[in-house]
Design a protein around this ligand. Sequence first.
Ligand code: ADP
Ligand code: MG
Length: 729
Amino acid sequence: MSKLRFRVVETAFKKKAVEVPIPAKRPSEYYGMYVFNKEKMFKYLPSKVYNTLVDAIDNGAPLDRSIANDVANGMKKWAIEMGVTHYTHWFAPLTEGTAEKHDAFIEHDGKGGVMEEFSGKLLVQQEPDASSFPSGGIRNTFEARGYSAWDPSSPAFIVDDTLCIPTVFIAYTGEALDYKAPLLKALRAVDKAATDVCHYFNPEVKKVVAYLGWEQEYFLVDEGLYAARPDLLLTGRTLMGHDSAKNQQLEDHYFGAIPTRVASFMKELEIEALKLGIPVKTRHNEVAPNQFELAPIFEECNLANDHNLLIMSLMRKISRRHGFRVLLHEKPFKGINGSGKHNNWSLGTDNGLMLMAPGKTPEENLRFVTFVVNTLMAVYHHNGLLKASISSATNAHRLGANEAPPAIISSFLGKQLSAVLDHIENSTKDELINLKGKQGMKLDIPQIPELLIDNTDRNRTSPFAFTGNRFEFRAVGSEANCASAMIALNAALADQLTKFKLKVDALIEKGEPKVSAILEVIREYIKECQPIHFDGNGYSEEWKAEAARRGLDCETSVPVIFDNYLKPETIAMFEATGVLSAKELEARNEVKWDMYTKKIQIEARVLGDLAMNHIVPVATQYQTDLIDNVYKMQSLFPKEKAAQLSAKNLELIEEIANRTAFIKEHVDAMVEARKVANKIESEREKAIAYHDNIAPALEEIRYHIDKLELIVDNQMWTLPKYRELLFVR
Ligand code: ADP
Ligand code: MG
């Protein structure tokens, strides 16, 4: 037993970096080689079909099914030339990650052989036998089937021998069973609402695009050590493990030199990502040992999200070629930083205007302030929903912990932007009117000077921070599908902008000039959403009390946080924007609660098993050795002397007895608590029971296991320790 453990650690230490051959070509030459991008569409599609498809992609024009056959044909030709034999509809069900079912291109040719076949019908729509994907009761397993439908706005790509076609996944009755369908609707809604508002300033704008630039944090762990940790293997995090004497105190890992084995992994990952058209740009060490980050150049939100899902699966695959396992869990190790996925988000127009960036002229800045203030209003009114959108059983370990944004949504604006908003807020209507013309400014808005937003004015403790030309939603979890946060944010803003426009139009109708109408509503909004604006330390205890006074959502229980999806104002917002119906929201919450329960349930089972068949037996074995020693001391020394010399060992024997007894009792109690919880019918109540009665027991049991780890003979401890998991690379 002990020998095996050391062999595992030693082999991990001896591993050499895997050589990754440098491609003969430059990245710009192999970028997107596995993607059916516009260049390939142009080459493989008839020109009429190409134009129609590009119009659908760029302008959201409705796509006629009749072109599907031609597109399928072109795709097939390209794919076969690339050595592809299979195709799949690629989608993101309400579980994590992505789903795919591969079919070969082959069909009977009627002459006893086969031929490669791929029709428009197969491209456009499929019915995966998907009865075991979660649907929250929408899809009765026996009657209605779900189907996947092609999303032309995200290009098909090749992984190994398979052509992957991004699709939405919906129930037979039309309800979304995935993340992409509502995301596309939210993006459409924000496009429409933001374009309308843009017309106050730039009548030529035809389309507004939401951008997303994610920063993916992750850990790497040696594959051999990982395999010896059933908790990592089955739950994605360590359920036990004492702090390593050295962890991140010295902050010597952050931005440090990247270890060679890791650098090889990153190199291969980046080459493969670039081939798949993912514009990866930044890589560096993160704060915790063995923690790293990867970020691409931002892209249109739907595509960026597909790219994030794709890169997570690439990371899983490529890490193994380098003898690593990648940990995407938000909190794989206790006591050191967890991993997030900052969602950098902004809006831009078809003619290149960046709506969240200050400009040079007063007009541009009024537009900028309009979009920023409406965003703050949306975040303010839906702060509970936004928190729900990033909440999960796994991210719960990170939120509120030391390094992570707190479980309260607020927005950091920085000195300069705060000053501008204060200025607008404090100017009276008379002032606005009086100032008009006086200074001879073109648009009569002297209160908005040229803005130079300092990029370095950052606040790492804010969950939703303005960072110069975008907002950074920092509370998103590393393992999450970004779409969840992006659906909530874009839909909420769409709804908010629509309300803003109605108000401004009403004032204009009453005869108020456009600019003062806009300013009047903005001023009212700045006052109203004041509670969401917080530039102070989000980790402080005072902020929790202050946030509660301000009426922000301070709930910390994940199953209860999910209630935000079903609040009347949330349902109204999602229905008004056409993003999700009440029925869909209810069903999705059933899935969320069920997922929450299952995650905690699995953790409880794994911890129970490990406690009873690794920890207690090993501790007891060591205790027996100690007892043996105590007896032997008595045969060597006079009674009193032996007692004196064995005092410390007797203490250890007692401590082990107490701790193992505690562990056994609490594992039993946890099993009983699960039995009680499992009988609860309501998914919500069951999840709450798991949160209240089972999750805390995991921590209590762990406490004693971690103490035992410190006293039991290192040779006997079966599980790799934190110091090995975190420093072997
Ligand atoms: P950091 O926040 O760590 O300083 P970067 O400055 O490298 O990181 O940016 C992080 C991400 O933000 C990158 O993916 C980048 O492309 C993205 N980003 C930059 N500008 C925008 C923008 N206007 N809209 C959306 N994402 C953006
Ligand atoms: Mg960032």
